[in-house]
Every structure is written in C-alpha cells, then in structure tokens.
Design a protein around this ligand. Sequence first.
Ligand code: SF4
Length: 168
Amino acid sequence: MSLRSYIQDHPAPLVWAWEATAWALRRMKPLFEKAGMERSSAILKPPEVLVKGLLFNCQDCAQCVLHYSGMTCPMNCPKSLRNGPCGGVRLNGKCEVKPEVDCVWVKAVERSKKTPYAHEILRLNPPVDWRLKGQASWVTYSLGRDQIPTGTDTTIRYATEALQKEAK
Ligand code: SF4
C-alpha cells in the first residue's frame, strides 16, 4: 500500500485540514473578490497543486469535491466519473479499465464512512465546468464559483431526493 493510500484510508487528519482550510477560505472571500478569480488563483494554485498533488493525486479540475467523496479524488477514475462508479466495476472492487487498481468510487464509499460527510456521498455533483480549468479550486470554492446547478431540476442535490421524487 502506498503512503498516499494509507493517508486516505485514515482520513481524520485530512478532515481536520479541510475544515481549517475551508474556514480560512471563507474568510478570504472579500480578498478574492477584490483581486479577481484569475489573479487570486495565480497565487494560490502553486501551493494547492503541490499539497493536493502529493496527498490526492489531484488532477486540477478546479471544482474540488474531495469532501463529498471520502477525501478521494474522483478525477482519478479513468472515466472521470464524479457521481459514483460505472457499471463495469468488478466484483472484487477493482476498476474495469485498470484491473490492477481499486475502483476510485469503491474507495470513496469506504473512506466516506470514516468522515463526518458520509451522507455527502449521495450528493449529485455537477459536471466539470471546463471553463474553470487552470483556476485554483481553493478560490473557486471561496467564491462559490464551483457550485453550478446540474440537470433540469436544480432543486435536487442528492440522489435520495431524486429517488423520492421518482417514487411519488
Ligand atoms: S476533485 Fe478536482 S480539485 Fe479536488 S483533488 Fe480532484 S482534481 Fe483536484
């Protein structure tokens, strides 16, 4: 097991780090608004890439959902799926495309149970907005730019809500 996998399998320190980072980023919003998303990203992106690259193999999507996916980066899925596994996930929990590696979403579900955000695994994440490519997700998070409604019913944010609506 790699050190990165070990750290992600024991996510308590990652949760603490995220809570502290999110707290700071929310307070920096006025600064980011004043400087603009591009200029703010130019400053924050290098440290973000370094830290999240080492810890999560971050693929730089600029709309981070780590705290919704068990501190596991869904962009490491070969199909870049952001809302759960594909139909090809193997019975042993391995990836359809790369049978030698664990399915990102199997790991995400397992790890999310060890975080305070277990319920967020059912969240419907919007598709990646590629216009944000190159920005720092710390900045897009702070500015709320990463939250883009998806689908025709933008009031539905969780899979459970969609199922309840379907059952009516
Ligand atoms: S979800 Fe996006 S920003 Fe977050 S670690 Fe993965 S690629 Fe990086």
